[in-house]
Each structure stands twice: as structure tokens, then as C-alpha cells.
Design a protein. Structure first.
Lengths: 339, 210
């Protein structure tokens, strides 16, 4: 658990003090992934870097599991926090396995134990160790280097991982892959993650919560659907973008909109998992052509029905979600930000 | 060429003397120059003055430098070694600074973020990454030192320069050629050896893009 209490950071340049982070309070729960997002200069990266003290804070407090990080030994603090940066920040003169095992090496693990751990982690991030362990970073693609970066951050199994635009420098297709991989890995290891990005789609895909920042302040801190449905102010709407309706379709799950099944509902409807987005559900229906029965049974992970939507209700939900875009009163602002 | 073929033992002996002179000088220059370079990257205000001094030293002609040093270090090897060290400092100090400056900021940031101490960063990241550039400086210094050391024979420091000066005083071209050729081959060999050393130390880079 990471808690930021009224944290501010002021840089001094040419004798003038410039606030980079201005009174930010934040709570990142155990095992949650919080995305810090915002335009450049919004203070998102600085906020993240204060957590492992790569930046010093000017005022306020940061607590990790109740302990003020200012009172901790900075080297030990950092060794206990995984850190992933853009393009991996790998050491070019170390092999892939040695890169992964840097922190174990600093902690004095034996060579054999380091090697074993590196191999485990390479397998976890989808790089077969027999093929990759002895290569050098420059022999790897950008996406593979990022995977090594993630493996390295997990080397000593730290409870907290900080990720600074980790997938910013790879092509869109690889980025999608890495994002999916991160979700899979996170489901397995359940780390407390602070993830900085400026890619809104990435934020919605990965974040348990999204913290939108601008000019050093938090504009809104909420779940992805909070941001979509109850944007705190026009800036949020503008930042999320013009195709808000379409995004809402992608990020609203069937489970969220399902209603309890009425007693008279027929049991012969279509069964779809509640984790499916409305967009995916719509696609499923399209694939099957003629709809089966009267509606959709929404099921949980085990396949048990938990809710129900008639096709008519589903269509209404689709329409409402899409329409959220059309009535957006902030088109001009959106326009201004995109150009 | 006749001289080389007729006097292999003599050639070997003089080459060994020469190697010893250069090797001692370069090692001492590295022991002084690399820490000086590191110091400059930590205390930036030292840069202009230190690089300036080594630069000025480099421009002093070798005979003049020997003459300046002789009152303090006398005739013989010591003077030559001190002079060679002074000449080598420029390339070694400057390349150490350049090599460390070249380490990408992101790499250093990752090193700090992972909890390396200052000395761990220096030993595990900065110096190994700077190595190709530092070694390039050492190679330049070594090749120059092999040449300058021939002049050291005038002070009785020995080495292949003796053949050259003997040849000049006796009007024996064969000896001059033997000394000059020996020194050239030695310079090339030293350069090649150091390049291979770099390949071994940094297997991820081929220092010598062939």
C-alpha cells in the first residue's frame, strides 16, 4: 500500500521556483495497478519518481505500508521496489540473464540462485531462457527488451513496481501484445503497480484506477468507468478523447450493465461471460447472426448465470453508451487539444 | 633488413627494453589518468583546467620535455618514463571523461532506480560502458609512446631508439631501418593487442569495427 499525503515538488530554475507536483494525495491499494496519466508537464512522472526517491519531495509525506519513505535507507528502499523505464534501460554490457539478476546481485545472491531466478522470470515474461539468457540486449527487438525490463523489475519479488512509460517506445502491435502480457502477469503476481503513460487506451486497458493529472495536480482519480461516466470536468472529457462513446463500449463490461433475470425469462438465450466488453458482446451477437432465444445470459467465471439482458435492453445500452459521445458539449476543447 | 636477420637476439633484447618503457609509462598514466577523468566527471569545474594542463603538456616537444625534466630526474629511464606518462595523460584523461559522459542517462537512471550505490554505479555501469572509449585513448597514447620512447635512447633509456641513433652516428642505414621498422611493428602490435583486449572485456561490442 502506497500513500501520498499532500505531496508537492518544486523545481528551481533561474532563481524561480516552478511547481512540478502540487498537493497530490493518492492511495494505491495492495495488488492494484494505478495509472498516472496526463499531458507532458503534468507531473505524472515526477510523482512516480518520488516514490522511489529518484526525486525528492518538497513537502508532504509518502508512506509505504505505513512507513515514511524519508526515514528509510534510500538504497534499500529502491532495491525493494521494481523499476521499469522506457526502452527497458537495460545494461548493454550485461547478458539478458545478468540484466534480470542485477538486484539479486546487489543483494549478494549466489551465482547459481541468480541464474535460476533469471530463468524463471524470463519464462514468465515469455522469453524462453535457453534461447535468450545468454544474449545481449542489442540482439533483442524493442518488445523483447521491454519484456526483459519487466522481468528485471520482478527479480526479487518486490511488492511494489513502478513503471515509467514502459511501452512508449515500441510499435503499436507489439505494445498491444505487451499490455496483454502485463495483464496476464499482473493476474499472476498481483503487484502494487504505479504505471505512468500518456496513452489513454493503455490507461483504460491496464488501470484498476486512473489518476488523471494536469499542471501538477490531480484532476480526477477514479476507476476507468468513473472517468467515462462521470468526468470531473471538461478537461477529463477532452483528454479521454472524441470517441468516448466507442471507448465506453470497450471498457464497460456486460457484467456492469446486466440486470437480474426476471422470473419469466426463457433459459434458452445466449450465454456470454460478464467480463466481455459491450463492444465484444455486440460482435459476438453479430457473428452468430440470428439471435438465440430472447436475450443474453451473463455468466461469471465459472459459467453460472449472474444476470440477464433482453436483446432490446442490450440494444438500448449500446445506443446509450454510444450517444454519450454525441452529446459531449466539449467538442471545441477536444479539437483544440488534438491539434 | 640484414641487421634484423643477423642479430635476432639483439633485436629481441632492445624490443623488450622498449616494451618495458612503454608498458610502465602507460600503466602509470592509466593509474593517474583514469581516476583524474572520473574526478572531472564528478567535479565539473576541474575540467577546463585539468584538460588544459594535459593539453599543454602534450604540445611540448619531447626533447624539450626531457631537458626540462633532467635537472629533477637525471639521465636515464626515469626521465623518459615521466615524460611518457605526461604525454599519455591527455588522451587517457580526456577519453575517460568522454566515455563516462557517453553513458546514456536512461541507463544511469535505471541503475539508481534499482538501488545501486554511487560506487556500484561507477564499477558496474559507468566504467564498463566507458571502457571502449577509455581503451581507444589508451591505444592512441600507446602508439604515440612507442614512437616517443625511441628518442629516449638519447638519455640512455635503451630500447629500439638505440639502433636508430647508433645508425645515425655510424652512417649505418641498415641499423636505422632496423630500429625504425622494429618500433613501427611494435606500435602496430601493441595497438592490435589492446583492441583484442577490449573485445574480450566487452564481448557485447566489437571495439574494432572491422
Amino acid at each position: 500500500m502506497i500513500v501520498l499525503e499532500h505531496v508537492s515538488k518544486t523545481f528551481t530554475s533561474h532563481g524561480q521556483s516552478v511547481p512540478a507536483v502540487d498537493d497530490v494525495s493518492l492511495e494505491v491499494g495492495e495488488g492494484e495497478l494505478h495509472v498516472l496519466i496526463g499531458p507532458s508537464g503534468s507531473g505524472k512522472t515526477t510523482t512516480m519518481r518520488m516514490i522511489n526517491r529518484l526525486e525528492t519531495l518538497t513537502s508532504g509525506r509518502i508512506l509505504i505500508d505505513g512507513r515514511d519513505i524519508q526515514t528509510m535507507n534510500v538504497v534499500e528502499l529502491r532495491r525493494g521496489i521494481g523499476y521499469v523505464i522506457q526502452q527497458g534501460g537495460l545494461f548493454p554490457h550485461f547478458t539478458v540473464a545478468d540484466n534480470v539478476a542485477v538486484v539479486p546481485r546487489l543483494l549478494g545472491w549466489t551465482r547459481q540462485k541468480r541464474r535460476q531466478r533469471a530463468e524463471e522470470l524470463l519464462a514468465l515474461v515469455g522469453l524462453p531462457p535457453e534461447q535468450f539468457a545468454n544474449r545481449y540486449p542489442r540482439e533483442l527487438s524493442g518488445g523483447q527488451q521491454q519484456r526483459v525490463g519487466v522481468a528485471r523489475a520482478l527479480a526479487v519479488d518486490p511488492p511494489i513496481v513502478l513503471m515509467d512509460e514502459p511501452f512508449g517506445a515500441v510499435d503499436p502491435i507489439t505494445r498491444k501484445q505487451l499490455q496483454r502480457e502485463l495483464r496476464r502477469i499482473q493476474a499472476e503476481v498481483r503487484k502494487t503497480i504505479v504505471f505512468v503513460t500518456h496513452d489513454i487506451a493503455e490507461a483504460f486497458l491496464l488501470g484498476d484506477r486512473i489518476v488523471l493529472m494536469a499542471q501538477g495536480r490531480i484532476v480526477q482519480d477514479g476507476t476507468p468507468s468513473d472517468l467515462l461516466r462521470n468526468p470531473a470536468d471538461p478537461f477529463v472529457t477532452a483528454f479521454i478523447g472524441e470517441d468516448r462513446g466507442l471507448r465506453a463500449l470497450q471498457f464497460t463490461s456486460l457484467g456492469e450493465v446486466a440486470r437480474p433475470a426476471p422470473p419469466g425469462a426463457l433459459a434458452n438465450g445466449m450465454v456470454l461471460p460478464g467480463t466481455l466488453s459491450i463492444l465484444e458482446a455486440g460482435r459476438e451477437l453479430g457473428v452468430h447472426g440470428d439471435a438465440i432465444g430472447d436475450g443474453i445470459w451473463v455468466s461469471d467465471d465459472a459459467g453460472n448465470p449472474t444476470g440477464y439482458l433482453t436483446y432490446q435492453q442490450f440494444a438500448a445500452v449500446l445506443g446509450e453508451t454510444l450517444a454519450a459521445d454525441a452529446e459531449s458539449p466539449h467538442d471545441e476543447l477536444v479539437h483544440a487539444i488534438h491539434h | 633488413m640484414r641487421y634484423i636477420i643477423d642479430h635476432p637476439e639483439r633485436m629481441l633484447e632492445l624490443t623488450q627494453e622498449h616494451v618495458r618503457l612503454v608498458a610502465i609509462s602507460i600503466v602509470v598514466a592509466m593509474v593517474i589518468g583514469i581516476p583524474l577523468g572520473i574526478l572531472i566527471t564528478r567535479l565539473r569545474w576541474l575540467e577546463d583546467s585539468l584538460i588544459g594542463i594535459t593539453g599543454v603538456l602534450y604540445t611540448v616537444p619531447s626533447l624539450a620535455l626531457f631537458a626540462i625534466l633532467m635537472p629533477y630526474t637525471g639521465l636515464g629511464r626515469t626521465t623518459v618514463i615521466v615524460a611518457l606518462v605526461l604525454y599519455s595523460l591527455l588522451a587517457i584523461v580526456r577519453n575517460t571523461v568522454a566515455g563516462i559522459d557517453d553513458v546514456p542517462a536512461a541507463t544511469l537512471d535505471a541503475a539508481r532506480g534499482m538501488g545501486m550505490t554511487g560506487s556500484q554505479r561507477l564499477l558496474l555501469v559507468e566504467l564498463p560502458l566507458a571502457l571502449p572509449v577509455v581503451l581507444a585513448g589508451v591505444r592512441v597514447a600507446t602508439v604515440a609512446a612507442v614512437g616517443i620512447a625511441t628518442v629516449g635512447a638519447l638519455l640512455g633509456a635503451g630500447g629500439l631508439g638505440r639502433l636508430i641513433f647508433d645508425g645515425i652516428s655510424r652512417g649505418n642505414t641498415d641499423r636505422i631501418v632496423a630500429g625504425a621498422l622494429g618500433a613501427s611493428v611494435l606500435a602496430l602490435a601493441a595497438d592490435w593487442t589492446l583492441a583484442r583486449l577490449g573485445d574480450v572485456l566487452r564481448r557485447d561490442v566489437r571495439l574494432n569495427a572491422r
